[in-house]
Design a protein around this ligand. Sequence first.
Ligand code: S3P
Length: 183
Amino acid sequence: MKVIIGLTCSIESRRKKLSNNIILIGFMGTGKTTVGKIISSCTKYSFFDMDQQIEKNAGMSVNEIFSQKGESYFREQEEKVLDNILTFNNAVISCGGGVIKHKANRDKLKKNGTVFCLKADIDSIIKRTSGNTRPLLINKTEKEVLQLIRTREGLYGFADHFIDTTGKTPIEVAHSIISIYKG
Ligand code: S3P
C-alpha cells in the first residue's frame, strides 16, 4: 500500500485478460497522455505513449511523418509500435487517438488490458487541442472536428469503461480510472 499524490494505490491483478495493462484510448485532447503519466506514477506501472514511440523509431515528429510519408505510413508504424508495446505487462499505455481505426488494433487492445475510453465535450476538445500541431486538426473548423469525432464514435465502443473528462482535472480522472481498475 503506497500513497502518492493523494491516491492510495494497491493494485492486484485479477483480469480475465491476457495482460494487466491499463490502456487509454479516446479522441485527441481527451487527456490520455497526461492522465496516463499520473496513473503510471501512482501504480508504478511502466508508461508508454504510442506517439512518442513512433517518433523515436522514425526520428521525426508525428507531424513530419504525416506530411512527408502520409497517414497510411503513419498507421503502419502505429500498428508496429502497438504490437511491440503489447508484449509488455503491467503497463499504462496511452494510445494515439486514431489507433482504433483498424479492427485488428481494436481486437489486440481489448485482449491485452483493461481499456478505458476518455471522452470530453467538443468545447473541451477544441480548447485542449488549440494552438498545437496535430496533423488531422490543422485548420479544421469546429464543425469538421465534430464530424471526425462522429465518424469515430462507434470505433471506441469496444472499451471496457468510458470516462468523461469534461470539467475534471487529470488527477481526478486518474483517480477514477485507478478505482475502477482496482475494482
Ligand atoms: C491521431 C491522434 C494523435 C496522433 C496522430 C493521429 C488521430 O494522437 O496519433 O496525430 O488520428 O486521432 P493523440 O490522440 O495522442 O493526440
